[in-house]
Design a protein around this ligand. Structure first.
Ligand SMILES: [Fe+2]
Ligand SMILES: [Fe+2]
Length: 161
């Protein structure tokens, strides 16, 4: 694969995480299957994958992209960076509640795949708004004001960190 720059790599994460969320919801829909335990353990591992991709992605933005934007004068407290940081916290809360729903399913507590799908749908909708805001505001700013060379170097620095 050609070396990606930081923005291309962030957009790629967005699409990848959407796909992982859809796979997870698809697994929940197999619940007419008799093998409920099997489904729950599949959903557990899919949720772990979503979590680790999201945490890596947030790190990429918070430790590489946002500071770089701050360097060119974008406020980190207000405006699109402030909003993005707040949304990252909300997304982490969402993940925690999905996590505890999966734990309920593992322990046979009263909950259902339908409810899990419902909560996962809410998270996916929230994520899609979050991606859209980033892609139309922050990523555009970065592409306009940070050289392609620098964006490539940031992506490399990130990998060797
Ligand atoms: Fe983000
Ligand atoms: Fe993002």
């Amino acid at each position: 694969m050609l070396a990606m720059n930081l923005i291309v790599s962030c957009k790629y994460d967005h699409r990848k995480i959407d796909g992982l969320m859809k796979d997870l919801m698809q697994s929940c829909r197999n619940d007419e299957d008799k093998n409920v335990r099997g489904i729950v353990s599949q959903v557990r591992s899919q949720l772990e994958t979503v979590e680790s991709c999201l945490f890596d992605h947030f790190k990429k933005e918070e430790q590489f992209l946002f500071p770089e934007l701050a360097n060119i004068g974008v406020s980190v407290e207000f405006g699109p960076i402030g909003i993005a940081l707040r949304e990252h916290r909300l997304i982490k809360n969402f993940l925690r509640s999905l996590d505890s729903l999966v734990t309920d399913l593992e322990q046979g507590n009263q909950t259902s795949f339908a409810f899990l799908i419902n909560q996962a749908t809410e998270l996916l909708n929230f994520l899609e708004h979050h991606w859209q805001k980033e892609e139309t505001a922050l990523f555009e700013l970065a592409l306009m004001h940070i050289s392609n060379d620098r964006l490539h170097r940031l992506e490399l620095m990130r990998k060797f960190e």
